[in-house]
Design a protein. Sequence first.
Length: 233
Amino acid sequence: MTIVHVPAATRFHTRIAWLDSWHSFSFGQHYDPTNTHHGLLLVHNDDVIAPGQGFGTHPHSDMEIVTWVLDGALEHHDSTGGHGIITPGLAQRMSAGRGVRHSEFNASPDLPVRLVQMWVLPDTAGIDPGYEEIDVSADLGAGGLVTVAAGDGSGAVRIQQRGARLRVGRLAPGAEAAVTDVPHTHVFAAVGALTIEDGPALVQGDAARLTGAGARTITAGPEGVEVIVWETV
């Protein structure tokens, strides 16, 4: 059983004119053979994109890509015809499958957009690519952790990986929620702060990687928290 605290400032960092990106795992030119994934979670990028800027059309294959917007609006286009403007509270999933091309741009000419983009491998290679989005704002407003994406059909959107589940919570100050007993849990304090039962306190941008740690209670800090939790085999 381990719980590893990953402070925000220790993540890999990419900073260019239009993008400020913090990578939880090896990504792009950043590589550390001891930091390539946690369970099935391969990519967890915390991005701020400048107004009107973004990622031009580029390819992906055999990857389940989930994007969660924290502030602002992100416009998505892909070669399957998928299109959406993703705003806070909107669950979005793209299955790259046997191959897809897509672009992602800040939909605002004036304001930055902050998002977290996350990738897991599918459990079946070469599937048809696809796109899905569903608004879960009402569920988030009820408190607790909302299953945003899952491979077992329990999420708002369905990813093609039965061993992974993404849950998000907007917890009021002092509110509690439980992470379940799975082999690998990745807890990310996206906005605000939290504490983990018998574990670390996380401030914004911090993560905790739980391995075989069992069920744990997380408690929101005095300002509340928006927390992103991956539970995988």
